[in-house]
Design a protein around this ligand. Structure first.
Ligand code: FAD
Length: 313
């Protein structure tokens, strides 16, 4: 066994049992804006199931090239208006001038949205390189600085435990994260990953670089390896070989795949918890069950006082 594997095995043994977890982790949930009425119903169902877990915040993604501008706005604005859970809007620099971004940001502020997840974004067409708009922002760090000038938003940014695919090395990627924090972001949410030690090594590097902002691991519960492999290829996350072995033979067993997905993700959260992590961000893909099950295993229970969503859309 390598030193890393031994360290990982030791940490797994040291981790408290699920039943002994204190339920003191803070959680947040990411959703994407729905395209159809059916998807919309699924989204609001997921949101109303997860809200009683009193998330720290929920966030709504922004489609490539601003393709979901109106739908992202409508979704975040509705959460802000109808619940008392802070809602964050993702916003990217792709195909938008600084003036257009300012307009979008002001509309959020006017709708009561105070938290933006500021991203550079990917090119709208796969395989192309990111090219900034002639009057736009070149990077997420520039976007963070620009948003801070518009209104006193709370700003989160993206981070990459296994490096952004365009970064030349891990150190320059951390330097870039530091630039985003120094420009005004107070939190970084990571790309998904499947090795807790990859996250711990990234956290060590960030702390050594003087980053004191909160670092939230992004948790993607996987029930479809083929689909996850596609996402992972685009964003530089490694899929461990054991993932294929775990799902081998389950193609015709969707229920079992869900149980395995919850078990694997919960186990990773348990190891992260043992390493001191108390903030977990879940990529829900607009489904509540997996995130809800994992949160339950981590000791999270519904609390009263969360304003329920008015489901009449
Ligand atoms: P940046 O931080 O600007 O970095 C991009 C790359 O450029 C990195 O390799 C960085 O190291 C390098 N770089 C930047 N500036 C410099 C510099 N001055 N010198 C050298 N190198 C530099 N995409 C969407 O389209 N919509 C979403 O809603 C969305 N949500 C996301 C949420 C999370 C939590 C994460 C992790 C990603 C999300 N993405 C989303 C994907 C994201 O847009 C892509 O990963 C994109 O390729 C990079 O965005 P960024 O904000 O990290 O860019």
């Amino acid at each position: 066994l390598s030193v890393t594997e031994l360290e990982e095995a030791r940490r797994a043994l040291d981790a408290p049992l699920f039943a002994d977890l204190a339920g003191d982790a803070k959680v947040s949930f990411e959703f994407f804006p729905p395209k159809t009425e059916k998807m919309e119903a699924a989204l609001w169902n997921a949101i109303s199931t997860l809200l009683p877990l009193e998330p720290d915040f929920v966030s709504v993604t922004y489609g490539a090239g601003g393709s979901t501008r109106e739908r992202t706005h409508a979704t975040v604005a509705r959460i802000a208006a109808e619940t008392n859970v802070p809602a964050a809007a993702h916003l990217t620099c792709v195909d938008a001038s600084k003036d257009e971004i300012a307009e979008v940001a002001r509309a959020y502020w006017d709708a009561g949205v105070r938290h933006i997840v500021a991203l550079r974004g990917d090119p709208p067409r796969e395989g192309e390189k990111f090219a900034p708009h002639a009057d736009g922002y070149q990077s997420a760090a520039e976007l963070v600085a620009g948003l801070s000038r518009i209104a006193p938003f709370e700003i989160s940014v993206a981070a990459y435990p296994e490096m952004h695919p365009e970064a030349t090395c891990a150190d320059t990627d951390i330097d870039n994260l530091k630039r985003k924090i120094d420009a005004g972001a107070s939190r970084a949410i990571t790309q998904f990953f499947f090795s807790p030690d990859a996250f711990f090594r990234f956290r060590d590097r960030a702390v050594a670089a003087g980053i004191t902002a909160d670092l939230l691991p992004g948790i993607l519960p996987v029930s479809n390896v083929a689909q996850t492999r596609k996402f992972a290829a685009m964003c530089g996350a490694a899929i461990p070989p054991w993932m294929d072995r775990l799902f081998d033979g389950l193609d015709d067993h969707p229920g079992t795949r869900q149980l395995v997905a919850a078990t694997v993700a919960a186990e990773m959260c348990r190891k992260l918890y043992a390493g001191g992590v108390r903030d977990l961000h879940f990529y829900t893909l607009n489904r509540a069950e997996l995130a809800y099950a994992i949160c339950h295993l981590l000791g999270k229970r519904p609390v009263g006082g969360v304003k329920p969503l008015e489901m009449a859309a």
